[in-house]
Design a protein around this ligand. Structure first.
Ligand code: NAG
Length: 622
């Protein structure tokens, strides 16, 4: 079915191509090259889908290992691991886990670990055992950690040693559920937590029989990646095997090859780091320079030392790099390609001027979404380009959106209205066999919320990206904004209702309206909350601070709190945000008491006018 569809699309496209070529476009050559890349991806994909036994990402890793066992796969500081070592180490982890009496091959396992080689070894081990893996964000704690863990029905938790305290916080609940808790250390004295590295070291490194994963199909979940959607706690997006196999193409389609060295400093629990960086490198057979976390001051020295040729970024990364002090050797490196998303046009220009001739491949994709774009033409500021074949395969469109009512505009027949060229609209993409939307684990309600029906025809079904875009006359696509109740800060999505829910769990707060405000010199928006205090209670800055710190990761904590006597609501009882966002945290415009989160004081303290000016002038960084 799928293959027939692809083949007919390819044929139709080839027949139409000569006509398309007649319309002159300055980007014609790039379009043709991209067309060729798409065709090659399709052919590879279709032939892989035909292979028996079924072909998954792990099989690609095994192919690479067989082809060049001694090649460097992962470099982590002074540690260097070849493909062969990675393979045998993951065999040991898999064998150690398999001999655990309470684990069965195929059980879901949650991985709670920062960026380190063991993350990759463990994921490969679990792939060999046919176990889906929940990639927990290592910044989350207590209630949120438990919620994320429980989303995916994991039977085992494997945690990094430095996260022992975080695991201890939730241990009673894990123990009660009979979860096996393994810590990647050689000894562990905490009852209920078992040391695991010692068992791995002793385990055999014989390959695991294929039969352990014979139950897996393309529809089986491969990993769960957590996303903060518009409402509630983080949701686990189900990334199935098919999607991972598709994702193999992301780096290779951008010209990355086995001789490239990839600098991976984005978190491995997110799509950019895991799917694009790690899985992408498995396809190309490249070397990964793995970094525990992004550091602007070490970035270029790391690249020089390791002969890095490819870097990954998110918008914030580019800005941080541009704001480091200029150095004479800024252009002295081998980086030829930067791939990522979210860089603003002005930063893009500055980056090129300062760091030399680096190709920037800006792309758009979301963890759970069913459409993605890549700006293969290098047009500054764009996230992609409308391409005939691409649009045939992934029928997407921009529809008019009412930002006040927070819903798509519909016509008299109840259908959505396509946004004209040059106008901003909501990106929606038809849900089809080759562009499926799998949804979130154990969360049908939120999955359904991302589905949009009766878009262009009665009864049709689209994925609602939640992103506003614009397509210009030259067919370039530009990201405009996110709709609804999320904002981005430090590269993470923050769900306002999730933060609001947590604030109102505290002793003294009655209501909380959370939103993001812009700060000059920073990407995204920083969290702010307008709150009301419970009757008879007092706002206690240090109590709220402790509450916020124990429930929310640092990027989601409201930096500013504004105390209101009554919360303004709209006619439909939605909280008013527009005016609050506009007034921001400017004490000159706000009469209400204003507080700022102060990590040194471990409290929310009144925001002084002087502090405000220092933030605006950039002498205080947030
Ligand atoms: C980087 O490249 C230079 C020159 O090609 C080479 O001498 C050096 O050994 C390389 N360094 C690493 C870490 O591969």
């Amino acid at each position: 079915m799928l293959e027939m569809y692809l083949i007919s699309v390819i044929l139709a496209s080839i027949l139409v191509l000569p006509f398309a070529l007649k319309t002159f476009s300055p980007y014609l050559w790039m379009d043709i090259l991209y067309f060729r890349v798409l065709l090659r991806i399709l052919v590879t994909f279709v032939s892989r889908r035909r292979r028996r036994p079924l072909f998954f990402v792990l099989d690609r890793f095994l192919e690479q290992t067989a082809a060049h066992p001694d090649k460097l796969f992962i470099v982590f500081g002074s540690e260097r691991y070849s493909y062969a070592y990675t393979d045998t180490r993951s065999n040991q982890i898999a064998n150690a886990l398999q001999s655990h009496p309470r684990y069965k091959a195929g059980d879901t396992v949650a991985l709670f670990m920062g960026n380190e080689p063991a993350f990759m070894f463990t994921w490969l081990a679990l792939a060999k055992l046919g176990s889906p893996v929940a990639l927990l964000n290592h910044n989350i704690r207590t209630k949120c950690l438990l919620h994320c863990f429980n989303c995916c029905k994991s039977k085992v938790l494997i945690a990094a040693p430095e996260l022992q305290e975080a695991v201890k916080d939730v241990l009673p609940s894990l123990t009660e559920q009979g979860v096996v808790v393994l810590l990647m250390t050689k000894h562990c004295d905490t009852p209920g937590i078992e040391s695991f590295s010692d068992k791995v070291d002793e385990a055999s490194d014989t390959p695991l029989p294929r039969s352990l994963r014979s139950h897996i199909t393309f529809k089986s979940p491969a990993v769960y990646i957590y996303t903060s959607g518009t409402t509630g706690l983080p949701k686990a997006a189900v990334v199935n095997q098919n999607r991972l196999v598709t994702a193999l193409a992301v780096l290779s389609s951008n010209g990355v090859t086995a001789s490239d060295v990839i600098y991976l400093n984005l978190p491995l629990y997110h799509t950019a780091g895991f799917v694009i960086g790690f899985v992408g490198s498995i396809e190309t057979g490249s070397t990964i320079i793995l970094k525990r976390k992004f550091s602007a001051s070490q970035f270029w020295d790391d690249c020089r030392k390791n002969n890095v040729t490819i870097v990954q970024y998110i918008g914030e990364v580019m800005r941080y790099l541009c704001s480091t002090p200029k150095r004479e050797n800024d252009k002295d490196h081998k980086v030829r390609l930067a791939i990522g998303n979210g860089v603003r046009a002005e930063i893009w220009r500055e980056f090129l001027n300062r760091f030399g001739n680096i190709q920037i491949r800006e792309f758009y994709a979301s963890t759970e979404g069913n459409v993605g774009f890549v700006n293969y033409a290098g047009k500054i500021g764009a996230i992609g380009r409308v391409n005939f074949l691409h649009r045939k395969l992934f029928p997407y469109t921009l529809i008019k959106y009412d930002t006040e009512r927070d819903e798509p505009i519909r016509d008299a027949n109840g259908l959505c209205v396509v946004a004209p060229t040059g106008e901003t609209g909501l990106l929606v993409s038809k849900i089809t066999d080759i562009a499926p939307f799998v949804g979130y684990a154990q969360n049908e309600e939120h999955t359904e919320r991302k589905r949009l029906r009766n878009v262009l025809k009665k009864g049709d079904l689209y994925f609602n990206s939640g992103d506003l875009m614009r397509i210009d006359n030259d067919n370039f696509i530009y990201f405009q904004d996110r709709v609804g109740d999320t904002f981005r800060w430090k590269g993470e999505n923050v769900a306002t209702t999730e933060v609001g829910d947590i604030l109102t769990l505290s002793d003294c707060l009655k209501e909380a309206n959370v939103y993001g405000v812009q700060v000059p010199g920073h990407e995204g928006r920083i969290g702010m909350a307008a709150v009301t205090v419970k009757e008879g209670a007092q706002f206690d800055g240090s109590k709220i601070y402790n509450h916020v710190v124990s429930y929310l990761p640092s990027y989601a904590r409201p930096r500013f709190i504004r105390i209101q006597n009554v919360m303004e609501v709209t006619g439909t009882f939605k909280q008013m945000k527009m005016k609050l966002v506009e007034e921001s945290f400017n004490p000159g415009r706000i009469q209400d008491p204003l507080y700022i989160l102060d990590d040194r004081e471990k409290s929310y303290i009144p925001l002084a006018a002087q502090v405000y000016s220092s933030i605006i002038s950039g002498s205080i960084k947030l």
